[in-house]
Unconditional design. Structure first.
Length: 86
C-alpha cells in the first residue's frame, strides 16, 4: 500500500523536553516583543536579531513547535500575560 505525505509538513508533537524549551523561547520572545507575531518567520530586523541571539538550532525548535500546532506559539496565548505592556 502506497503511503501519502500531507502537504505542508506533518503535525508531529515534540517530546516533553523540547516542548518545554520551545515554550520558554516563545515566552522570552513575547515578553520582549509583545504583539509581534511568529518570531520563527524571519522577515524583520527584530526577528533576525532574535534568531542570531538564540541561535539557529533553537529557532528551528521554535519552527517545529509552530508547525506542530502548539497553542503557546500564538500571540493570543500570551496576550493575557503581557497585555498591560502592549
Amino acid at each position: 500500500m502506497k503511503k501519502y505525505r500531507r502537504r505542508g509538513g506533518t503535525k508531529h508533537k515534540l517530546n516533553k523536553m523540547d516542548s518545554y524549551k520551545a515554550r520558554n523561547l516563545y515566552d522570552y520572545w513575547f515578553s520582549n516583543y509583545p504583539g509581534i507575531k511568529n518570531p520563527s518567520d524571519i522577515n524583520t530586523s527584530d526577528k533576525f536579531e532574535f534568531a542570531n541571539e538564540i541561535g539557529w538550532v533553537k529557532l528551528s525548535l521554535m519552527q517545529a513547535a509552530r508547525k506542530a500546532g502548539y497553542e503557546f506559539t500564538r500571540w493570543d496565548h500570551w496576550k493575557e500575560v503581557y497585555c498591560d505592556e502592549v
